[in-house]
Design a protein around this ligand. Structure first.
Ligand SMILES: *Cc1c(COP(=O)(O)O)cnc(C)c1O
Length: 379
């Protein structure tokens, strides 16, 4: 089946008791057993819930994987993956990634003796050079939040396969509509389902998808033992969001391309970060591994004083100033003071994230209206 069909039908089975076409919200904490340990596969809702089962099946199908697991947030999904490791194990991670991932790695897991080595993963040789006998896992994000750096997943997968490492890709920015890392050699795909999968800025959720039954068993054990599971209502919302993922992503990409080019030609704009430009350093890899370039764009103004940046950020109307991304409505964000404030300033600057950077999550409104809004704000 083609993705557009999968988004609508994955995980959907009419409810056996009523025929309801949509999976009901099973708002229950426990399930009545016929006799001790004789039940219908559901015992207690931390371990299993039918709404979650339907979603997990859908997640696996749309990521071209075998198994899906849903979590109460994207960072809870990341947390579960790192709990596969033991003290002393090393993780090679991207030096430009979501601020919350960086915070979880450095502020929580380093205290438990796990070692994180940030490298510029856009060059796979840097990953190969960082591998030691203690390395267990490589954590990629592509495109990255917020600099839109692209890592060649296949090139890194060749290194992780050779060294017997687990390769994880945070696929939040691309969504399964644009990129399927498992088909490129990744072992685990992670999503903040809060973003494009949910798609309507009304739910916090995370997801993991994998092919290995062994990894699935270990991660399911962590999911039920640590308990960061999503509620049934949230699972329903993400299932519903996935149905329109195909058409939404098409619109996000169309608007993204129009706005990226418009910004590029704007006299007051110094630099635009968007992988669709032919001179973007990751363009070739993006073209190879993505179906389109997405609706996330970052840019810098020629006048990069913080006052000017703040002036622009306070003048948009359709682009709401807010954290998060991937919803139908357009958002604008100032990474240095908002989404990425948890990364120390020197670290941010070293990795190319300047205080003046503005990030857009281009929604699916009319592109002309969005441009008018940006035009009056940039002035
Ligand atoms: C938002 C985000 C996360 C974290 O997900 P939550 O649902 O907010 O916990 C992880 N990675 C990326 C790329 C994100 O944008």
């Amino acid at each position: 089946m083609k993705p557009a069909t999968q988004f609508i039908h994955a995980g959907a089975h009419p409810d056996p008791t009523t025929g309801a076409i949509m999976t009901p919200i099973f708002q229950t904490s426990t399930y009545v057993q016929e006799a001790p340990a004789t039940h219908k596969g559901y015992e207690y809702a931390r371990s299993q819930n039918p709404t979650r089962t339907a979603l997990e099946e859908a997640l696996a199908i749309i990521e071209q994987g075998k198994y899906g697991l849903a979590f109460s947030s994207g960072v809870a999904a990341t947390d579960a993956v790192i709990k596969l490791l033991n003290p002393g194990d090393e993780v090679i991670c991207a030096n430009d990634m979501y601020g919350g991932t960086y915070r979880l790695f450095t502020k929580i897991f380093e205290r438990f003796g796990i070692v994180f080595k940030p490298v510029d993963t856009t060059n796979a040789e840097n990953v190969a050079a960082a591998v030691t006998s203690n390395t267990k896992l490589v954590w990629l994000e592509t495109p990255t939040n917020p600099l839109m750096n692209i890592t060649d997943i296949e090139a890194v997968a060749a290194i992780t396969k050779k060294n017997n490492l687990i390769l994880v890709v945070d696929n939040t920015f691309a969504s399964p509509a644009l990129q399927n890392p498992l088909t490129l050699g990744a072992d685990i795909v992670m999503h903040s389902a809060t973003k494009y999968l949910g798609g309507h800025s009304d739910v916090i959720q995370g997801a993991l998808v994998m092919n290995s039954a062994e990894l699935r068993e270990k991660l399911y054990f962590i999911q039920k033992s640590c308990g960061a599971v999503p509620g049934p209502m949230d699972c329903f919302l993400v299932l519903r969001g996935i149905k329109t993922l195909g058409v939404r992503m098409k619109a996000h990409c169309e608007n993204g391309a129009i706005i990226a080019h418009w910004l590029h030609n704007h006299p007051k704009v110094a630099k635009v970060y968007w992988p669709g430009f032919e001179d973007h350093p990751g363009h070739a890899a993006a073209k190879k591994q993505m179906r389109d370039f997405g609706g996330m764009i970052s840019f810098e103004l020629k006048n990069d004083s913080l006052d000017e940046v703040k002036r622009v950020l306070s003048k948009t109307h359709l682009f709401s100033l807010a954290e998060s991304l991937g919803g139908v409505e357009s958002l604008v964000n100032h990474p240095a003071s908002m989404t990425h404030a948890s990364i120390p300033r020197e670290e941010r600057i070293k990795n190319g994230l300047r205080d003046s950077l503005i990030r857009l999550s281009v929604g699916i409104e009319d592109a002309e209206d969005l441009i008018k809004d940006l035009d009056q704000a940039i002035g």
